[in-house]
Design a protein around this ligand. Structure first.
Ligand code: NAD
Length: 229
């Protein structure tokens, strides 16, 4: 089977009812990213940060995957699909995708503030002040914040290099290093970008831009992808 690698961003979850980030003026649900998605914000006010992610987690549990997520999952019948997502929700998994790399971490995991190797699943939607790891340190969301290393970038880049087909769905391509993933893809690999507000992409050879929402854009290119399998 050919390998289809897909980079997704907040836009693929928009039709499920999770707002994107750039579309709301650079704020994340009304909060400045410096306050809720940075190590400095965590130092200043951990209770605010925990509550912010509790609300995001609660919302993520209330919504459902949309056609965009579903079509990607269905494509596993025809391709070896690797989804590299910047999203912290779990809608790809709930739609049935089996190989999902969460570049920016997951809402549904916590990790120790003392030893980052100590990662735990979060049951339900709450992580609170006082919730501690086995060594007694406060737990934080296992999210990659602005200014932090992206540990899974290397493995994502390896998949991008191996891609026979590469698809970008719903990302403004402004957050690095994730936005640079397309640069690892072989030059002659067909590449598609689906976004109602197309991002700037250099080197447009073998690149097809589809100015659509994730659901309709995925419907449109599904047959074209199947013809290339
Ligand atoms: P972004 O908010 O910067 O960009 C969203 C992109 O999605 C835009 O290009 C926009 O035009 C497009 N879009 C809007 N509606 C769409 C639709 N229906 N279908 C397809 N595309 C649509 O998002 P980003 O590039 O992913 O970067 C934001 C960062 O914020 C990420 O790192 C992510 O961790 C975080 N974030 C995550 C979520 C989530 O997990 N669902 C939501 C908001 C923000």
């Amino acid at each position: 089977m050919k390998k289809l690698v897909v980079l997704t961003g907040a836009g693929i979850s928009a039709e499920s009812g999770i707002p994107t980030f750039r579309d709301s003026g650079g704020l994340w649900e009304g909060f400045r990213v410096e306050d809720v998605a940075s190590p400095e914000g965590w130092q200043r006010n951990p209770a605010l940060v925990l509550d912010f992610y509790n609300q995001r987690r609660k919302k993520a549990l209330e919504v459902k995957p949309n056609r965009g997520h579903e079509i990607l999952a269905e494509l596993e019948r025809h391709f070896t699909v690797v989804v590299v997502t910047q999203n912290v929700d779990n809608l790809h998994e709930r739609a049935g995708s089996t190989h999902v790399i969460h570049l920016h971490g997951s809402l549904f995991e916590s990790r120790s503030t003392k030893d980052e190797r100590l990662v735990y699943p979060i049951e339900g939607w709450e992580l609170n002040p006082g919730d501690a790891c086995e060594q007694g340190s406060q737990l934080r969301p296992n999210i990659v914040w602005f200014g932090e290393q992206v540990p899974l970038m290397e493995v994502a880049a390896m998949h991008a290099q191996e891609a026979d087909l590469f698809l970008v769905v719903g990302t403004s391509l402004v957050v690095y290093p994730a936005a640079g993933l397309i640069n690892y893809v072989r030059y002659d690999t067909p590449k598609y970008v689906i976004d109602p507000n197309l991002p700037e992409v250099a080197n447009r050879k073998f690149l097809k831009m589809i100015e659509e929402k994730a659901s309709t854009g995925m419907e449109k290119i599904r047959q074209e992808l199947l013809d290339l399998q």
